[in-house]
Design a binder for this molecule. Structure first.
Ligand SMILES: Cc1cc2nc3c(=O)[nH]c(=O)nc-3n(C[C@H](O)[C@H](O)[C@H](O)COP(=O)(O)OP(=O)(O)OC[C@H]3O[C@@H](n4cnc5c(N)ncnc54)[C@H](O)[C@@H]3O)c2cc1C
Length: 287
C-alpha cells in the first residue's frame, strides 16, 4: 500500500512526487509512453537554464531526482484504475496491481477522439470511451474496441463477459499481440447509423455491423482514467479545484491533464500543489 500513487513522470507527476516524498510519504510513480517534455527539442523559457535545456534531458533529470529522494519510479503502463471498498485506489498494469490511499493523475494531455468521420455524431449513441462505464449498455450486442495496444486489450477484457460479439479494430495500425480476440486491421472510412451507430465502413468499401465502438487508442490518458472513476471532465481536461483536487475524494490531477497553459512551469506548480494536497488528504483520513 502506498500513500500516493502518481500516474505520469513528466514535470507535473515528478514535482508532485517530490513534495509528497519530502513530507515522508510512500510514493509510487508509474510512467509509460512518450512525455510531451521528451518531444521538446529545447526548453528555453523555463526558469534557471541559461541557454535552455533539451526536453529529454529535463525529463530524465526529473526522474533521477525523484529516485534519489527515494520515490519508486516504475516504467509500467497504467491500464485501469478503480476505487475499492476501503476508498483506496487500485491501479492495474499488465504485471501488477498497486493500491494507494490517494491518486494523482499527471498523464499529460491526450486527444480522446480519433479523426474518423462520424465519431462525434454517435458519441453516447454507439461510441464510448469507457468500457467499465458503458459496457453494461451493450449486453449481448456486437461491439468493437478501437485501438492496437495494451490499453485496447484491457478494455476488451473488461467487455468480453458482457457483450456478444467482440472484435478489435486497429484502423490501419498493426494488430496487437493477442490470440484471444478477432482483429481487423483495415483502415476505417466512417461510422454510420440513423439515430444510433449501426455499422463501420472501411476504406476498401466493406462494412461491419456493430452496436457499439469503444475508443481505446494509444495508452490510457488522464481523461480515460477520470471517466472510469467518475471524475468530472471539462472536454478532455480533468476539472480541478485550486488545490488540484477533483470531485472525487483522494483523486488529484495536475499538468497538461488539467488543460490551461500547456507549459512546464504550470505543470511543476500544479504538481507541487497536488503533492501537498494529497498529503493533506491522507492526514485527514488518518485522524
Ligand atoms: C514539441 C514541444 C515543445 C515544447 N516546448 C515547450 C517549451 O519550450 N516550454 C515549455 O514550458 N513547455 C513546452 N512544451 C510543453 C511541455 O512539454 C508540457 O507542458 C509538459 O511536459 C507537461 O507536463 P506533464 O507532466 O503534464 O505531461 P508530460 O510531460 O506529457 O508527461 C506525461 C507523463 O505521463 C506518462 N503517462 C501517460 N499515460 C500513461 C499511462 N497510461 N500509464 C503510465 N504513464 C503514463 C508519460 O509516460 C509521461 O511520463 C513543449 C511540448 C512539445 C510537444
Amino acid at each position: 500500500m502506498y500513500d500516493v500513487i502518481i500516474i505520469g513522470a513528466g514535470p507535473a507527476g515528478i514535482s508532485a512526487s517530490l513534495y509528497a516524498k519530502r513530507a515522508n510519504r510512500s510514493v509510487l510513480v508509474l510512467y509509460s509512453g512518450e512525455s510531451q517534455l521528451e518531444k521538446a527539442h529545447l526548453i528555453d523559457n523555463y526558469y534557471g537554464f541559461d541557454g535552455g535545456i533539451s526536453g529529454k534531458e529535463l525529463y530524465e533529470n526529473g526522474i533521477a531526482q525523484a529516485r534519489s529522494l527515494g520515490v519508486e519510479v516504475v516504467n509500467e503502463e497504467a491500464l485501469n484504475v478503480t476505487m475499492n471498498a476501503s476508498m483506496n485506489y487500485e491501479v492495474s498494469t499488465a504485471a501488477n496491481k498497486y493500491e494507494g490511499k490517494s491518486l494523482i493523475i499527471s498523464t499529460g494531455n491526450k486527444k480522446l477522439k480519433p479523426d474518423i468521420k462520424g465519431v462525434e455524431a454517435y458519441e453516447g449513441r454507439g461510441i464510448s470511451y469507457c468500457a467499465v462505464c458503458d459496457g453494461f449498455f451493450y449486453r449481448k450486442k456486437s461491439v468493437a474496441v478501437l485501438g492496437n495496444e495494451a490499453y485496447a486489450l484491457s478494455e476488451a477484457d473488461e467487455l468480453e463477459n458482457i457483450v456478444g460479439k467482440l472484435v478489435i479494430l486497429t484502423d490501419g495500425k498493426p494488430a496487437p499481440e493477442t490470440d484471444k480476440y478477432e482483429v481487423i486491421t483495415k483502415k476505417i472510412s466512417e461510422f454510420v447509423g440513423e439515430v444510433k451507430l449501426s455499422k463501420v465502413v472501411f476504406e476498401d468499401g466493406s462494412e461491419l455491423e456493430l452496436d457499439g465502438v469503444f475508443i481505446a487508442q494509444g495508452v490510457a490518458g488522464g481523461a480515460d482514467f477520470a471517466k472510469k472513476l467518475g471524475v468530472t471532465l471539462n472536454g478532455s481536461d480533468i476539472k480541478v479545484n485550486p488545490d488540484m483536487s477533483t470531485n472525487l475524494k483522494g483523486v488529484f490531477a495536475c499538468g497538461n491533464a488539467t488543460g490551461g497553459l500547456l507549459q512546464v512551469c504550470k505543470a511543476v506548480y500544479e504538481g507541487a500543489e497536488a503533492g501537498l494536497s494529497a498529503v493533506k488528504y491522507i492526514k485527514s483520513k488518518e485522524n
